[in-house]
Structures are given as C-alpha cells and as structure tokens.
Ligand binder design. Structure first.
Ligand code: URA
Length: 243
C-alpha cells in the first residue's frame, strides 16, 4: 500500500481495466482469424471446376483484398504429375493463370528440356492470391512479391488438399521452399534435400526442387546454370519414375 501510489504503472490500472473487455474480444478475433480456413468456401460437390468457381469468393485470409483475382491450378484432372509453386506473381494475378510470368517461362523451358508437356501436368500453388507491396520507383509503380506467412498458407491449404485429393497424382514436384515446407514440414531445406523422393500423405513420391524464380534471381551465372540443370534433372527424374 505504501509503494503502489509511487509506481508509475499504478496510473495505468484504471485504463487497463476499462479496456479489458475490448482487448479480450480482439484476442479472440485474432485467434479465430488464425482458425479460419478456406474450408468455409468449399463447394458441396467437389470437382476442379466447382473448386475454381468457389475460390472466387474466398476470403479466408486478407490477401483477397488487394489481389486482382485468385489463381487456381490448371491442368488435367488425371495428370500423373502435379507441380506446386508458392503463390501467383504479378502476371499470374493479372491473367488468372499459374506460372505465366517470367518464372513460368523458365519453368516452360525446363519442362520442354525434360521432355514433359506442360498441358499433361497439373500446375498449382500453395497460396492462391498474390501477396505484394507496391513500390514507386523511377520505372513507376511496381508490385513486389512478398512471401506468404504461416497464417496465409494455413488458410489456403484446403484448396491444395482438394486439388491433390481429386487428382491423386503419382508424383508431386514442389517448386521452392514454401511448397516443400508446406508438404514436408517447416524444417525442410531445398539446398539439403533437393531431388530426393519422399512419401507424403498425398502421394508415394514427392520431390522438391528449385523454384524457377530463385534461379532467375541468382546473380552468379555459373550457379544459375547449375540450378537450372538441376531443375531439369529433377523433372526428368520425376517423369521417369516407375508408374
Ligand atoms: N511463382 C509461383 O510460385 N507461382 C506462380 O504461379 C508464379 C510464380
């Protein structure tokens, strides 16, 4: 009793008590925010087409607010191989199709070199909306890619799960760390375990390789060529795997 009036914190007690109910509400909101997932938006009858339609309304995380549109996966429902990337980029967001920008061009070349037809594989992403920050520079406004956080990956997961459940691929190729960590677990490192087949819940053979955008960003020319060759080799390995 003697010391309390002299403590600076004492002055805050009244205000803290008044704000308590509101702060509790906000904590519950944040927790529920984490719990919300795309499950709320699943169609009754699950097919690629109904999923594609249903995802247009998805607000399971905040990314829909600034993105142009969701970018759903593309390819045949009976595809043997599913390629999983991170999230749509600037071009994908505008066109509504996965891997059609610069990273997509590199992926197309790698697929061609591996002898795989792009229209025979199913191409999708872990997160279906483009996450970016807008930067104004000498070349005008640019939308710079931002890595999706755990909450966004979690919220979007039911779409990927539904795609994989319908397609039941024989092989999944994770392009980059976000896809690999989403399927193999948080500790997965591409640099250490690239190109190895691992059984996952979705298929017998899942393999992780470089993301084409990581290859594009690599400043060292020799290393860039090596990574590109490894991407092709991993795609060949996936395609040659026994049926
Ligand atoms: N990067 C991705 O991970 N996915 C795309 O669709 C495009 C770029």
């Amino acid at each position: 009793m003697r010391h309390w009036p002299t403590l600076p914190e004492t002055a805050m007690i009244d205000d803290l008590l008044k704000q308590a109910p509101e702060r509790v509400e906000s904590m519950i909101d944040q927790h529920e925010g984490f719990a919300e997932t795309a499950m709320h938006y699943m169609p009754e009858h699950v097919e690629l087409e109904t999923l594609r339609e249903a995802i247009q309304c998805c607000q399971a995380c905040d990314l829909h607010r600034h993105a142009t549109q969701p970018v759903f996966g593309e390819g045949p429902v009976d595809a043997r191989i599913v390629l999983v990337g991170e999230q749509p980029g600037d071009q994908e967001d505008r066109q509504g199709r996965p891997f059609v920008g610069p990273a997509g061009k590199l992926l197309d070349q790698a697929l061609q070199r591996a002898g795989i037809r792009r229209d025979a594989v199913y191409v999708t992403n872990v997160v279906k909306h483009f996450k970016f920050v807008e930067k104004t520079g000498v070349r005008g406004k640019r939308r710079l890619h931002q890595k999706p956080n755990a909450r966004e990956v979690y919220a979007c997961r039911p779409w990927l799960e539904a795609e994989l459940a319908l397609i039941q691929p024989q092989l999944i190729v994770c392009l980059g760390a976000t896809a690999a960590q989403s399927l193999f677990g948080r500790d997965f490192q591409i640099s250490k375990r690239r190109g190895q087949f691992v059984a996952t819940d979705w298929c017998e053979r899942t393999i992780a390789t470089w993301h084409p955008a990581a290859i594009l960003r690599m400043p060292d020319r020799a290393k860039k060529a090596e990574m590109e060759q490894q991407l092709v080799d991993d795609l060949v390995r996936a395609n040659d795997a026994p049926h």
